[in-house]
Design a protein around this ligand. Structure first.
Ligand SMILES: Cc1cc2nc3c(=O)[nH]c(=O)nc-3n(C[C@H](O)[C@H](O)[C@H](O)COP(=O)(O)OP(=O)(O)OC[C@H]3O[C@@H](n4cnc5c(N)ncnc54)[C@H](O)[C@@H]3O)c2cc1C
Length: 418
């Protein structure tokens, strides 16, 4: 069923009895052309574009839990294209353009809201860095505007401009940045892929990867073995564990990232705002909750829950920037596992030495906004065997050779030091 105003009207008259399930619930077949491990945003988007752009429909997405139950449904929903380095800049630019047409493309309301992002700066050095980044964004064809203190005050009057320790010097304004409804993105891609014939198999954990003579031949799963000519590992925080099933050791560490949401309030924060002197960022959800977060808990872990010291740190930063937040009651917090790469940039590549096996991981804090671009580029790689131009620099071997590292945010884990 196509979603449109007429369908809503008709179903309203019929007691909403005509809405069918959004996707089928197929049992896994014994063999597929292509198997995607992981039913998160990136896995589902890859399946969709494989079917849509490349006509590959003998595809299964194998998800150990339920679709959208991983990071895709637990992030803080920020979508932006404000990267400065060659490699990242063109990739995120391409991804944002896909976002801008996504609701039409999927016939699904993903609540993409281009409300604008403002990255605050608090020193001359930070201003220079943001000016450089803004110029790179504009060179890439995206939007960026450097605001001074008064410019920020006009847009964000609720900030504490009187803080003497970290006065607000200005901000980099990216008007096309914003937010989207995170799980709707997973559901939209899932529905789109299912309609094109992809099997979405839930409660199906991959437990082994079969390799014969240097070529992938299938996977072992909790629902039996499945043969496949091509296998793509797209499991975000579990990337190291699943790659180990193929004998690979990835330069990825899994860390917990927390997020927080307050009770619903009347509209008060119209943009996404990031603090330059502490790791803190905030936006307001359409339900009214103030959604905010900060940095990693800073030790590798597969426990999808957070710890109090980081909660305290994030809330302190929030109180410094906008003391009014102290009036809001915190409703809940949660944590989920991030696939941290050493340079903060991702990997979209062939698995070394294993024909037919592909890797997509290393999204760190920023993989939600990457979902459309990553799915598009990954599908191109899997279908054609060649790298898609905007993602061409996301090679695994940059961590071995040191050539082509893209240390964009400097927040990746630091194995290479040891
Ligand atoms: C608190 C928080 C805030 C964030 N905020 C932002 C943000 O504002 N903007 C942004 O761009 N990014 C953000 N991110 C990052 C973003 O959410 C992730 O980078 C992205 O969602 C990861 O890709 P994914 O959606 O494919 O992962 P997931 O949804 O985690 O998908 C991976 C899937 O693989 C499945 N899987 C794992 N092992 C197996 C197996 N053996 N067999 C079968 N299936 C398996 C998992 O069950 C999971 O469903 C945030 C993340 C967190 C945790």
């Amino acid at each position: 069923m196509r979603y449109n105003a007429w369908a809503v009207f008709r179903e309203g008259l019929r007691g909403n009895r005509g809405w069918g399930p959004m996707w089928r619930d197929p049992a896994p077949k014994a063999a597929y052309d292509t198997v995607i491990i992981g039913g998160g945003g990136h896995g589902l988007a890859t399946a969709y574009y494989l079917a849509k752009e490349h006509g590959l429909r003998d595809v299964a997405v194998l998800e150990k839990g339920y679709l959208g139950g991983g990071s895709i449904g637990r992030n803080t929903t920020i979508v932006r294209a404000n990267y400065g380095l060659h490699g990242n800049s063109e990739f995120y630019s391409h991804s944002l353009k896909l976002w801008e047409g996504l609701e039409k493309e999927l016939n699904y309301n993903v609540m993409h809201s281009q409300r604008g992002i403002i990255n605050l700066f608090h020193s001359d050095g930070q201003r220079d860095a943001y000016a450089r980044r803004g110029n790179a964004m504009r060179n890439q064809g995206d939007d960026a505007e450097l605001l001074d203190t008064e410019g920020v005050r006009r847009m964000l009057p609720y900030l504490d401009f009187e803080q003497t320790r970290f006065p607000i010097y200005g901000g980099l304004y990216h008007a096309r940045g914003g937010t989207a409804r995170h799980d709707a993105v997973a559901w939209g891609y899932a529905r789109g892929a299912d309609r094109l014939g992809v099997d979405l198999v839930q409660n199906c954990a991959v437990t082994g990867i079969d390799i014969e003579g240097g070529r992938v031949t299938g996977v072992q799963t909790s629902r039996g073995p499945i043969r496949a000519r091509r296998v793509a590992i797209i499991v975000a925080g579990r990337s190291s564990q699943v790659a180990a099933m193929a004998g690979l050791r990835l330069p990825i560490e899994s860390h917990v990232l927390q997020a927080f949401v307050t009770e619903g309030l009347k509209p008060v924060i119209d943009h996404v705002v990031t603090y330059g002197m502490g790791h803190f960022y905030i936006s307001q959800s359409d339900k009214g909750g103030l959604v905010f977060g900060g940095d990693l808990d800073f030790y590798p872990s597969y426990a999808a829950r957070g710890n109090l010291p980081m909660a305290e740190h994030v809330i302190e930063a929030g109180m410094t920037l906008m003391p009014m937040i102290g009036q809001a009651r915190l409703l809940r917090s949660w944590g989920e596992i991030m696939d941290m790469s050493p340079d903060g940039s991702p990997i979209i590549d062939h698995a070394p030495g294993i024909e037919g096996l592909f890797l997509n991981c290393g999204w760190c804090y920023g993989g939600f906004k990457a979902v459309p671009g990553s799915g598009f580029s990954m599908a191109h790689l899997v279908a054609t065997g060649r790298h898609h131009e905007p993602a061409a620099r996301y090679r695994l071997d940059r961590f071995r050779t040191g050539a082509g590292l893209m240390d964009e945010e400097g927040t990746g884990s630091q194995h290479n030091l040891h």
